[in-house]
Design a binder for this molecule. Structure first.
Ligand SMILES: [Zn+2]
Length: 190
């Protein structure tokens, strides 16, 4: 992968698309080169995650099917600055842990989801070099959640049919909010 030049540019806080946006159901496409456009996207991903108090944020949540996520390990008690991982894939998982989970694309919805207790992933770092990362507990959960996003899966997909049925009205409200926001974005500026 092409060598990047220096640290990422300053990112901007962008709209996070909501449940119902079709991009959330796509398998995000591998990043082939860390060119200026990709670096700006990663910077936006990180800035949006931090501004909107996310623990992590996947590329498609910004409305583009880019296979990368940002993560803020500090929110999980791990002392490391926020970073991005490109083209992540799961190498190994162990154990199972149940815990309540939420998502910036499904604001206001928190549900218990079973995730691996331990995860090892591989990908490409912001410096274009291959990385391997291991995590446990909340950080492992975040990695699994973000990689799910990049495969077009949302945390509510892990719920039982009954739980989903109980959320039906709220999910429909989110879909409505999303289509209104998309319409507003598509409307010509006056
Ligand atoms: Zn999410």
């Amino acid at each position: 992968m092409a060598e990047p030049s220096g640290p990422l540019p300053t990112g901007r806080n962008r709209r996070v698309v909501l449940y119902g946006h079709p991009v959330l159901r796509l398998r995000a496409v591998e990043v082939e080169s860390l060119d200026d456009r990709a670096r700006r996207f990663l910077a936006d991903l990180k800035a949006t995650m931090l501004e909107q108090d996310g623990l992590g944020l996947a590329g498609n949540q910004l409305g583009e099917p880019v296979r990368a996520f940002a993560i803020d390990p500090r929110s999980t008690g791990v002392d490391r600055e926020p970073y991005c991982v490109l083209n992540p894939r799961v190498l190994a998982v162990e154990g199972r842990l149940e815990r309540e989970e939420g998502c910036l694309s499904l604001p206001g919805i928190y549900e218990v989801v079973t995730r691996p207790e331990f995860i090892r992933i591989a990908g490409i770092g912001e410096d274009a070099k291959p990385v391997e990362l291991e995590a446990t507990g909340l950080l492992a959960r975040a990695f699994a959640h973000e990689i799910d996003h990049l495969d077009g899966r949302l945390f509510v997909d892990h719920l039982s049919k009954l739980r989903l049925a109980l959320l039906g009205r709220r999910l429909a409200d989110l879909e409505e909010r999303e289509s209104r926001a998309a319409e507003a974005e598509a409307a010509p500026a006056r």
